[in-house]
Design a protein around this ligand. Structure first.
Ligand code: ADP
Ligand code: MG
Length: 371
């Protein structure tokens, strides 16, 4: 089942009465979530992720636009008739019911043709529990489970009606770091096994990048970029997207283009015939884009941090814009053997360097050695 959003917009009255007016939580979304994929909605808090999910589930009605499941227009269909499974940050299990009863609950509300026999319900509950690997816990109460197990129960409950789409809103946020890692792998596995089109909301780029087939990066109700995680990382369309993805984060400098060269301060760091126009730009360099080989970019060496196989060179440069003031590059341990003194000079890997218009913060594309 693919999900198609057509010019989808949701406005709310501003909750801040002093400001008044409206908040555009979702602004003109026009994209397709492909069939059978795990797609991440990713962006900072307040960017409209939950609202988008609630529009897809039917919990919210759009101000404008339509939603399709395959060719079926579901915009006016009530939530309970859309065939969606929902999982939230809070597991919201019934504390007085066993795990089994919690998972069975959605089946007991089925009426008419959809009504199931006791045996059929029991079979479905067993299947859903097995899928999320909690079949041994069916007779326990939620309070007798770990957070990770409770979230598995919530996922089983969402899956028991074999939904057309599965919607997960920050499902890992209440778990500790170790369980978060483990449960995200579980979600990936369950999605692969069931092949249900799944939308996964998170503000954690690492989480989205690691398990999603595709990510949709959002900001202030706008869809900024959509694509496979690696493609978006390698080819960000805007400074916002470049900064949002990657740990350690991308290093951003003020710079300029002039006479076929890209400058950081006075240092000409790359040459390209595409850079003849004189303009101020932001230069964003991935940590893995630096080579400490005596190249043109001069930085003040602060320290070297060992990270195992790789090392991080921590340095400074007056044109660097990062809040910490510390440039972080990641290089292999061998390449720092000859580093000494208080200067480090880098050359840059061109495909790890992105430049953005100083005003619009949109990408300016260039090819090294062109011209
Ligand atoms: P996210 O899930 O990405 O954190 P939300 O979708 O919850 O973001 O919210 C997007 C914007 O819409 C925010 O500015 C939020 O304050 C506003 N908003 C969400 N729900 C409501 C509501 N029911 N009434 C008024 N404003 C809302
Ligand atoms: Mg939210």
């Amino acid at each position: 089942m693919k999900i198609v959003l057509k010019n989808l917009t949701k406005k709310f009255p501003n909750m801040d009465k002093k400001q008044g007016g409206e908040v555009i939580a979702v602004n003109d979304f026009d994209f397709e979530i492909p069939d059978g994929k795990l797609v991440g909605l990713l962006g900072p808090s307040g960017c409209g992720k939950s609202t988008t999910l609630n529009l897809i589930s039917g919990l919210e009605k759009p101000t404008e636009g339509r939603i399709f499941f395959d060719d079926e227009d579901v915009t006016d269909l009530p939530a309970q008739e859309r065939g969606v499974g929902l999982v939230f940050q809070s597991y919201a299990l019934y504390p007085h019911m066993t795990v089994e009863a919690n998972i069975r609950f959605p089946l007991e509300n089925l009426r008419g043709d959809a009504k199931l026999s006791k045996e059929e319900m029991a079979k479905r509950v067993r299947e859903a529990a097995a899928l999320v690997q909690i079949d041994g816990l069916l007779l326990r109460k939620p309070s007798e489970l770990s957070g990770g197990q409770q979230q598995r129960v919530a996922i089983a409950r969402a899956l028991v009606k074999t939904p057309r789409v599965l919607l997960l809103d920050e499902p890992l946020s209440n778990l500790d770091a170790r369980l978060r890692l483990q449960t995200r792998e579980e979600i990936r596995r369950i999605q692969k096994e069931t092949n249900i089109t799944t939308v996964f909301v998170t503000h954690d780029q690492d989480e989205a990048m690691s398990i999603c087939d595709m990510i949709v990066v959002m900001k202030d109700g706008e869809m900024m970029q959509m694509g496979r995680p690696q493609d978006v990382y390698d080819d960000p369309a805007s400074l916002f997207v470049a900064k949002f993805l990657g740990t350690p984060p991308i290093n951003v400098f003020e710079g300029k283009t002039s006479g076929g060269k890209l400058f950081i301060g006075q240092d000409p760091v790359l040459s390209s015939g595409d850079l003849n126009t004189e303009r101020d730009v932001f230069v964003a360099i991935r940590p893995e884009g630096f080579r400490p080989d005596g190249g043109p970019l001069s930085c003040k060496l602060e320290r070297i941090e060992v990270m195992g196989r790789d090392v991080s060179i921590v340095s400074k440069n007056p044109a660097f814009t990062g809040e910490t003031g510390l440039i972080r590059s990641i290089v292999d341990a061998d390449s720092v053997r000859d580093l000494h003194g208080d200067e480090v000079r880098f050359s840059l890997k061109p495909h790890k360097v992105f430049i953005f218009d100083k005003n619009t913060q949109e990408r300016i594309r260039f090819e090294v050695g062109n011209g």
